[in-house]
Design a protein around this ligand. Structure first.
Ligand code: C2E
Ligand code: CA
Ligand code: CA
Ligand code: CA
Length: 279
């Protein structure tokens, strides 16, 4: 037994080292990666249930690393948050998404609603509202076209300050959506206090929903609550036709998921938009 335990701990140590090495590599090459243009945004269509039309996209960051290949944001966003690099990176994301909206407009696409994920660190910045206002002006898009996705984590640090910022953003005309609703400690109390436009139901809401009556009732009830509060409801992570049918039966407003499309590069998104919205 002793030998076995010894081996296990050895394996554990070795894999920890690999993880640490990878993290160190990511951390040390991040700044340069931004300068070298290794980050890019992919866009996942947001589809309106009532019409079946694409009305916008969520921007999701990707890092094409020369040695590691495509790195997931789940791997590098936490590092960027820890080092503070998320501030310039977050600004890059906002600016790139806004520029892209303008580019699609130039191509003749209608004005789209693009969502950008925000880190709690970005809200600790006093000038965040000013930064966003400047980016909107520079890109030349209407504030209503930009939707900021936030999670409850932004309230962990100085909730009062955060709430003030959110109200200023609303004043500016930017839309706010609460992301990952239904995970972690998300509670209905957030719905009372934040000036929200959209509630995004996490994929865990619909995982297994097809065979689970209780899950369907929870899903249905949350949508009723959200609608009574005048919120738009988006269901995330819809993958199958069966899931889609249940979701459509409960008056959810919009859907994102592999059933329509995974996140794709901007050029591909424009093609999808044109093909999908043809009739
Ligand atoms: P999220 O904001 O909840 O984004 C949804 C994630 O679900 C995306 O993963 C998306 O590719 C994936 N997804 C979409 N449809 C489906 C589906 O039908 N099935 C499954 N299994 N997955 C689906 P992704 O792109 O890897 O992003 C992961 C997370 O990284 C995001 O979760 C978000 O929290 C964070 N993130 C991504 N881009 C940014 C960014 O620009 N800034 C910040 N701060 N965070 C970002
Ligand atoms: Ca999101
Ligand atoms: Ca989400
Ligand atoms: Ca998330």
């Amino acid at each position: 037994v002793a030998k076995k335990e010894h081996n296990t701990s050895k394996v554990y140590t070795a894999s920890m080292n690999d993880v640490t090495k990878r993290e160190q590599l990511l951390e040390s090459s991040m700044l340069q990666a931004l300068e070298l243009g290794q980050f890019m945004l992919y866009y996942q269509p947001k589809v309106e249930v009532a019409t079946g039309r694409i009305y916008g996209a969520e921007a999701l960051i990707r890092w094409s690393h020369p040695e590691l290949g495509m790195v997931s944001p789940l791997d590098f966003i936490p590092i960027a948050e820890k080092t503070g690099f998320i501030i310039p990176l977050g600004e890059w994301v906002l600016f790139t998404a806004c520029q892209q909206m303008k580019e699609w407009e130039r191509m003749g696409l209608p004005q789209l609603s693009v969502s950008v994920n925000m880190s709690m660190i970005q809200f600790q910045q006093k000038q965040i509202v000013h930064t966003i206002e400047r980016i909107l002006t520079e890109a030349g898009i209407r504030p209503e076209q930009l939707e900021l996705e936030i999670t409850e984590s932004i309230f962990m640090d100085n909730a009062e300050h955060t709430l003030t910022i959110l109200h200023e953003l609303k004043q500016l005309g930017v839309k706010l959506s609460l992301d990952d609703f239904g995970t972690g400690y998300s509670s209905l109390s957030y719905l009372q206090n934040i000036p929200l436009h959209t509630l995004k139901l996490d994929k865990s809401f619909i995982n297994g929903i097809v065979d689970d009556f209780k899950k369907q009732m929870i899903f249905k009830s949350v949508i009723v609550i959200a609608h009574n509060l005048n919120l738009n409801v988006v269901t995330e992570g819809v993958e199958t036709q069966e899931e889609l049918e249940i979701i459509c039966g409960h008056q959810c407003d919009a859907i994102q998921g592999y059933i329509y499309s995974p996140p794709v590069p901007a050029e591909r998104f424009a093609q999808l938009f044109i093909e999908h919205n043809k009739n």
